[in-house]
Design a protein around this ligand. Structure first.
Ligand SMILES: [Zn+2]
Length: 356
């Protein structure tokens, strides 16, 4: 048990007060400043938030780790012949499961409660991630990818196993097959996510016509494209560190300005360490460097609040006694809280109720 006095940030806003957390980090008591009675539990000054959500990962890429090779991004990640797909194909299942389990453990230590993972390799890929996540504290939201989207039976089978689909890009497949796959996914009320306008701009209307639940990257999208995304009410996931490795930067500033809900993701694990503190800091600093600043509060929302809405589980972002929310408690100076968390905090600031 642990008592944290200071600030509570959740979907109801930012409030001064205290919370009492049990060993699992669940809220057992919450109160206003000055109302905490006598307690034997350790007391710390800091901030309590909902658990973080990594908005975009490819966990299995953790089997491989090295400096990104030069050359176009498509040579590395594009299915079916990109380097990473060749590597995944020749890696033993047990090695992939081990790598994914270690990645989930790493994320747990970084304050991440859930991750939205694009899991390639069809039904077997989804099963491997389920195995890796068994009894792990980080919950994977599994977005499978059929080995062939022309096989509607495979798509159906995959949808019965996964939370939804995480597809490559619209331009990577024949339009007719994309439309059919999307219709099947949306018809089954499953989550449909895909990469869009990552290394080259894609026409946005055919993509929005698929009724996606989430689009990833949009680094090369135009302002009118983003206006269409806003009008279609489709949330975005941005991966600033991953994009930067290939000379791009996501339109964080425009998304903020247009009021498009967005998430932050750490993307491919072969290139990036799955740490959302690093991602928030990089996003904030680099946006300023690009003379397109983004508010720390927007980045906090992208990591702690918006993803739970996107996942259809808003209660996970409400910190109330008896609620289901996982929490993240941070020992930080209580000055400019949002800036402190986004630009100055790291895993070293995480308080563990268990060891308190
Ligand atoms: Zn991706």
């Amino acid at each position: 048990m642990l008592v944290v006095e200071g600030w509570i940030i959740d979907r109801d806003g930012e409030h001064a007060g205290y919370v009492v957390l049990d060993d699992e980090g669940r809220v057992v008591e919450r109160g206003k400043p000055g109302t905490l009675g006598l307690t034997d539990y350790p007391k710390v000054r800091g901030v309590v938030l909902p658990g973080m959500v990594n908005g975009h990962t490819h966990l299995a890429d953790a089997v491989w780790g090295q400096e990104p090779p030069g050359g176009p991004l498509s040579e590395i990640v594009r299915p079916p012949n990109g380097i990473k797909h060749q590597l995944l194909a020749k890696t033993a299942r047990e090695d992939k499961v081990r790598a994914m389990r270690q990645a989930l453990e790493t994320m747990a230590g970084n304050g991440i409660a859930a991750t939205m993972d694009f899991r390639e390799e069809g039904a077997e890929g989804v099963r491997a991630l389920h195995d890796a996540a068994w009894e792990q504290p980080v919950e994977p939201f599994v977005l499978g990818r059929p080995t062939s989207i022309s096989d509607i039976h495979e798509v159906d089978h995959l949808l019965s196993l996964a939370d939804g689909l995480g597809l490559s890009a619209f331009k990577d497949h024949p339009t007719e097959e994309m439309v059919r796959t999307a219709r099947e996914t949306v018809g089954q009320h499953k989550f449909l996510a895909l990469h869009a306008s990552e290394d080259e701009r894609e026409p946005i209307d055919p993509i929005l016509d698929l009724h996606p639940s989430l689009l990833v990257h949009l680094t090369t999208a135009s302002v009118p494209d983003l206006e269409r995304v806003r009008d279609a009410k489709v949330p975005l996931a941005f991966c600033p560190r991953s994009n930067a490795l290939f000379g791009r930067f996501p339109p964080l500033h425009l998304a903020e300005k247009l009021g498009i809900p967005f998430l932050l993701g750490t993307d491919n694990l072969m290139f990036n360490f799955p740490d959302l503190f690093r991602e928030m800091e990089f996003a904030y600093v680099t946006a300023r460097l690009h003379h397109a600043p983004v508010k720390p509060e927007s980045l906090l929302r992208a990591v702690f609040l918006t993803p739970w809405e996107v996942l259809g589980r808003p209660e996970m972002a409400r910190l109330q006694p008896g609620g289901t929310a996982r929490t993240l408690a941070l020992r930080i100076p209580l000055r400019d809280t949002a800036y402190e968390i986004v630009a100055r905090a790291g895993t070293g600031n995480i308080l563990s109720p268990k060891s308190a």
